[in-house]
Design a binder for this molecule. Structure first.
Ligand SMILES: Cc1cc2nc3c(=O)[nH]c(=O)nc-3n(C[C@H](O)[C@H](O)[C@H](O)COP(=O)(O)O)c2cc1C
Length: 416
């Protein structure tokens, strides 16, 4: 926004604004220094800045700044409850307090504003409690669970995640902000190879002359595996080739808000990935497969090979059993494709929407696996709930570096 044209006329108002002067004083200040038209325009700009969340509101008592109200949504207008709520009023079940650098932040996705403070003890001060109450942070903790103001099905972490992974709920930087340019190198697009025995995988045959719409219409979740004639290594190779191989790398440049630029390599695979980041890795956990020993493997999508990873048989059996229970099958799935994300690939580039993108990319991979499995005559089913720490134990991977985000059960189809 261009404010320069008013800078001379309203220099004192501008500096009083930075000092946190009340609105009435700013209004008097601009009226004393310019004509009415200029004053109205200045105040309109001020209101637009407020809507954009660029104006914060200090809560000051006896000259001491207790907290700062930082609006997060355009509709938010700060106000004070007529009186401080009594002690029965506490934080709403979606409100939380967390550290942010040297400051503390009180946040609630239902509020439209955050409170920033140096010392969380000020949350008990009457003035701050009046502002918290007016901003929707407090609720009567004695109240029966009668009429919840928020739909009861929202859980704390779901609402926090949802409101942080979409714009409009907050003013944090969002999107490809690339905050680590010049500080940390991005992880390479090719995951470092696992050491271990390499198993060559066959490629997919020529595709059948079936139209995409026919395959889409035939696609379904199939949990009925034919253990008399299990999936073969050729079918597994065909599935991974069709759905998940790396076709090529893509070189490009990214920049941060200050204009710093860095090279960032993406990839092309059959399924889409936000920003071509392609952070997902597939770890086939094999129970029964003709031509392949049971156990844990990594699918190297660049070389189209499997690499055997030594793993505890008991833990592998547990992972397969969990998948069987999740899909409600009679027998363990013949193969579970455990999907892991190399988180820093995504977080190096994206702020705020990174984890949401990982889950979206996992969904894109699921559908591509479903369609390829349908075309190849295999039975397949996404697995919604899996034990991420079990995966971490089996692979020895740090769950915050490369962690489990999904699973897909696959095998030969019993029904024709
Ligand atoms: C993200 C996701 C998770 C799923 N998790 C499971 C699961 O844990 N167990 C299961 O039996 N089916 C699971 N499914 C399959 C759905 O139950 C199935 O897609 C749905 O019933 C519709 O049937 P259809 O796929 O045959 O069209 C999942 C599907 C998706 C997309």
């Amino acid at each position: 926004m261009r404010l320069a044209e008013w800078a001379d006329a309203f220099e004192s108002a501008g500096s009083r604004l930075n000092e946190g002067a009340p609105l009435a004083e700013l209004r008097d200040c601009v009226l004393a220094n310019g004509n009415e038209g200029q004053a109205a325009a200045w105040l309109a700009r001020l209101d637009r800045l407020r809507e954009l969340g660029s104006i914060e509101f200090p809560l000051v008592e006896n000259g001491e700044e207790l907290a700062v109200i930082a609006p997060q949504q355009e509709s938010f207008v700060p106000s004070l409850a007529p009186r401080a709520p009594d002690a029965a009023f506490g934080f709403h079940r979606f409100a939380c307090l967390r550290r942010d650098g040297a400051a503390w932040l009180a946040e609630s996705p239902l509020s439209g504003a955050r409170f920033r403070m140096a010392d969380p003890a000020v949350l008990d001060k009457p003035l701050v409690r009046r502002a918290l109450a007016a901003s929707g942070f407090l609720e009567d903790c004695r109240a029966e669970e009668s009429e919840p103001q928020t739909p009861a099905h929202w859980e704390f972490h779901d609402l926090i995640f949802h409101t942080h992974s979409r714009r409009g709920w907050h003013h944090d930087p969002s999107g490809p902000q690339c905050p680590y340019i010049g500080l940390v190198e991005p992880e390479p697009v090719r995951r470092p190879e696992w050491p271990g025995t390499v198993v060559e995988l066959p490629r997919a045959d020529e595709s059948a002359a079936e139209t995409c719409s026919t395959i889409l219409e035939r696609r379904r979740s199939d949990r009925d595996f034919d253990d008399k004639e299990p999936i073969s290594i050729a079918e597994l190779g065909g599935l991974l080739d069709r759905a998940a191989r790396s076709r090529s790398s893509v070189s490009g440049y990214v920049h941060d808000a200050s204009g710093k630029t860095a090279a960032f390599e993406g990839a092309k695979r059959p399924y889409p990935s936000s920003g071509a980041v392609h952070e997902l890795e597939i770890y086939p956990v094999v129970h029964r497969c003709n031509g392949l020993d049971p156990g844990l493997y990594h699918y190297d999508s660049w070389r189209h090979v499997l690499v055997r990873i030594p793993a505890s048989e008991d833990e592998v059996a547990r992972l397969l059993r969990h998948a069987r229970i999740a899909v409600g099958a009679r027998e363990n799935p013949q193969i579970v494709l455990a999907v892991a994300a190399r988180f820093s690939r995504v977080f190096w580039k994206y702020k705020s929407i990174g984890y949401g993108n990982i889950l979206r990319n996992t969904g894109a991979l699921y559908q591509t696996l479903y369609l390829a499995a349908t075309e190849l005559g295999l039975a397949g089913c996404a697995v919604g709930s899996a034990d991420a720490m079990l995966f971490a134990r089996i692979t020895g991977l740090d769950p915050l570096v490369e962690g489990s985000v999904g699973d897909f059960a696959i095998g030969s189809r019993r029904s024709g």
